[in-house]
Design a binder for this molecule. Structure first.
Ligand SMILES: Nc1ncnc2c1ncn2[C@@H]1O[C@H](COP(=O)(O)OP(=O)(O)O)[C@@H](O)[C@H]1O
Ligand SMILES: [Mg+2]
Length: 233
């Protein structure tokens, strides 16, 4: 079954059974993309909508999402942009991810929740790998060892011109969590292409969302995809 949502084009047939509310195992959805694309805004909207439809939902984020991982988050998202090498960042991200998976994500999936995670493994591939220069082998090895089979069932890749995304971040209040926003423009341009490449390489998992649209347009594109895959009438 092929469905078109303007910018999005997704083949979703095999999803129908996975997203059946009666299936005990939960569903793992991730939101990915550059700074200010609107991911955190849409995670909340989707979580509320799913709860209204009777789904058990866990909203979480990376880096972070568990007590230990939130401590590691602080190291990653604050301070000077060149504070860590890309390899150190990769290892910190996976240290946090391991804790998050063990204590938060896997237990929630096992209890049948829809887990919605604001950033996950694709951010490491894009930020530390493609834009940062960390070795692909290192990332692949860590994905294999730490994530294993807990790969997202569905990933929304928010695509936007980094200039627009970064200008949106100026109007929000995120305390001192601006380390990545302060990376050079070329870094953000590389990120954009890296996320598009991931979507292109994994079209069954990833759906590209035109994040330059209004909040309500973005929310309805996402809901149309979810509605179809969760068989919500
Ligand atoms: N579609 C949109 N159009 C315009 N502004 C948006 C849109 N989505 C979110 N915003 C605003 O842009 C800023 C960044 O959004 P946010 O959800 O925090 O992005 P991200 O989590 O991807 O970095 C916030 O101030 C938010 O209110
Ligand atoms: Mg955010």
């Amino acid at each position: 079954m092929e469905q078109s949502f303007g910018y999005c084009n997704v083949s979703s047939f095999w999803w129908l059974t996975m997203f059946d509310k009666n299936v005990a195992q939960g569903v793992f959805i991730t939101f990915e993309g550059g700074e200010g694309a609107g991911k955190s805004t849409q995670v909340k909207i989707l979580a509320n909508q799913l709860e209204e439809h009777g789904f058990k939902v866990l909203q979480t984020r990376e880096p972070g999402g568990s007590l230990g991982a939130e401590d590691i988050r602080e190291l990653l998202v604050t301070g000077a942009p060149d504070r860590w090498s890309a390899s150190t960042e990769t290892l910190l991200n996976f240290a946090a991810r391991d804790d998050h998976l063990r204590t938060t994500i896997r237990p929630a999936l096992q209890s049948g929740s829809v887990v919605i995670c604001d950033r996950f493994m694709d951010s490491t591939r894009a930020y530390q790998g493609s834009a940062g220069g960390a070795q692909k082998d290192l990332i692949e090895h860590l994905e294999h060892s730490i994530i294993g089979t807990t790969v997202p069932d569905l990933t929304f890749i928010f695509d936007i011109d980094p200039d627009i995304g970064l200008s949106r971040t100026k109007s929000r209040n995120h305390g001192n969590e601006d380390r990545f926003e302060n990376k050079p423009e070329s870094f953000h341009q590389t990120l954009r292409q890296a996320f598009l490449d991931i979507a292109n390489n994994e079209p069954e998992r990833c759906v590209v969302i035109d994040a330059s649209k209004s909040q309500s347009d973005v929310a309805s594109s996402i809901w149309t995809i979810i509605e179809n895959r969760l068989r919500i009438k």
